[in-house]
Write a protein that binds this ligand. Structure first.
Ligand SMILES: [Zn+2]
Length: 529
């Protein structure tokens, strides 16, 4: 008979890949039994519910950590946004930085003139809640040579007013102009941000995250960003298991033997899968389009509330070539695609990649999978592609999405039920800090599907609490190729779990998000209490 390090009793264990149990035993950081065995220590959990640790399959860890130190602009009126900025305590000589505003909630985008009034002379930079656009004031525009007139940017837009003067709004790739002024962040600031983010994650029962883009593009914070994660780990400040997506811009041509077939990657041939249980290289992140509420997602038909159908983030052939080359070089690919036109591009590219070089079980992903027609769902399943939708978009920006799509096409938006029915493994994710990232709120949103104003949002896509819980645990592990080590309470797997005050599969669905997280364990150690 084994002697376990720790025996957990008097709880309901939702294992996610078998029957629920009432005890769980841990040895050397792994689950050794789903029953009571002799143990050096026993903890009575007092009737709590235990679930596998949550895995957020798409979040932005450093960005979230940095945003915790910026002015929070998730507010309901322009007056409130400007008041928050005016009242911000920003040291002399620093930029005024805010994030999280949504023009659908405050009526319009702030302008350079708004910002000039409240921050005369000081550089001001406001990030849109989607992360796909930003507003800067005249001080920043002057530094960019955009004070009086705009300029063309591939895959982006410097927005002009009727007289041809930049308004301060910079969309998609045009954000890189500002990034060139503020990037790279020093590593120590990023390490601090990663630590801040990780502490919040633990308090919410998160034990694993997939960070959705480091090292390049408008999403990256530094070309040497991985070093910040390694430093956090060295210092004991990487709080949760982390898989890092690498921005496609960070990949470059490789030279090796002609037979190797590695044409695109990182130095030394490092690619998806490199690392260990704590810190790993995940997929390469390829942005194919933008944001639905920002009207930059590439749709097959015009937006319902304004002319235009959005745009791709680059030349279609070049985006396809990047995806195919990355696949051929051994990368798992995560293509950001929200509009149905962008999803078509991603699926075409994955199909071509697999035709040219078949790779079984590649698990390429489509991040967001925002407006997906039924035929696209079926095609994704046929190709083994995983859609990674964020249900929290519905309560937070769902009204804006309904307006952008109109009632007819809203039925295709942020599907869940039809993905499961078609046979796709569904991960759970937040896109934090684009939305509030607590997994229990995410689970409630997957079940509920109601917008902030109370409108039902394609309710036929609702799933059950247990299905949503499974998505946030085993589904996300599968999307990271990690379901053999995490994602369920299974003998042999890592002892990653969250102790909840109540059972999300049996409480009233409207209160799932309010369930208290009591403790979080990673690798058999209590990391949060
Ligand atoms: Zn994202």
């Amino acid at each position: 008979m084994i002697t376990a390090d720790l025996l957990l009793t008097n709880a309901r264990f939702l294992t996610m890949d078998g029957p629920d149990t009432t005890a769980l035993s841990i040895l050397n950081g792994r689950i050794v039994a789903l029953e009571e065995v002799p143990a050096r220590e026993t903890v009575d959990l007092g009737g709590a519910t235990v679930v596998p640790g949550f895995h957020d399959a798409h979040n932005h860890m450093a960005w979230y950590g940095l945003s915790l130190a910026e002015v929070d602009l998730r507010l309901d009126s322009m007056d409130a946004v400007l008041a928050a900025l005016t009242g911000a305590d920003v040291p002399e000589g620093r930029w005024l930085v805010g994030s999280g505003y949504d023009e659908n909630k405050i009526g319009r985008h702030p302008t350079r003139d708004d910002l000039d009034r409240i921050a005369p002379g000081r550089p001001a930079w406001l990030r849109h809640v989607s992360g796909h656009m930003c507003v800067v004031n005249s001080a920043v525009l002057r530094m960019l040579g955009l004070d009086e007139r705009g300029r063309d940017v591939d895959g982006g837009l410097v927005v002009l007013d009727d007289t041809g003067r930049p308004t301060g709004l910079l969309q998609e790739q045009a954000q890189n102009l500002v990034n060139e002024l503020v990037l790279p962040y020093p590593l120590h600031e990023l390490t601090d941000a990663i630590d801040r983010a990780g502490q919040r994650y633990l308090a919410e029962g998160i034990t694993s995250v997939t960070e959705a883009g480091i090292g390049g593009g408008w999403i990256g914070k530094s070309p040497v960003e991985l070093a910040a994660y390694q430093a956090a780990r060295d210092q004991g400040r990487l709080r949760v298991r982390t898989e890092l997506m690498v921005a496609a811009d960070a990949l470059h041509p490789l030279t090796g033997h002609a037979d190797d077939g590695l044409s695109l990657g990182l130095d030394l041939g490092i690619r998806t899968g490199f690392g260990d249980d704590w810190l790993r290289i995940g997929p390469v992140k390829v942005f194919t389009d933008g944001s639905l509420i920002g009207h930059t997602a590439a749709l097959c038909h015009d937006y319902a509330d304004r002319p235009g159908s959005g745009y791709l983030q680059g030349d279609a052939d070049a985006l396809t070539a990047t995806i195919v080359r990355a696949h051929r070089s051994g990368w798992r690919v995560a293509a950001h695609a929200i509009g149905d036109a962008a999803i078509d591009l991603a699926l075409d590219a994955y199909e071509r990649a697999q035709r040219e070089l078949p790779r079984p079980d590649a698990r390429h992903r489509i991040e967001h999978f925002g407006v997906a027609r039924h035929d696209q769902v079926e095609r994704a399943v046929r190709l083994g592609v995983i859609g990674v939708p964020q249900a929290r978009f519905v309560p937070e920006i769902g009204d804006g999405m309904l307006a952008a799509l109109g009632p007819q096409r809203a039925g295709d938006a942020y599907r869940l039920r039809s993905l499961l029915d078609a046979g796709m493994v569904l991960p759970g994710s937040s896109d934090r800090p684009v939305t509030i990232g607590a997994p229990l709120l995410g689970i409630q949103a997957m079940v509920d599907r109601t917008t902030a104003s109370g409108q039902p949002f394609s309710r036929h896509e609702q799933i059950t609490p247990r299905e949503a819980l499974r998505a946030y645990t085993l589904g996300s592990a599968f999307a990271s190729h990690r379901e053999h080590v995490t994602g369920s309470l299974t003998v042999g797997k890592l002892a990653d779990l969250a102790v909840l005050a109540d059972d999300p599969t049996s409480v009233d669905t409207g209160s799932i998000g309010q369930i208290q997280v009591l403790r979080t364990m990673i690798g058999g150690q209590w990391r949060w209490n």
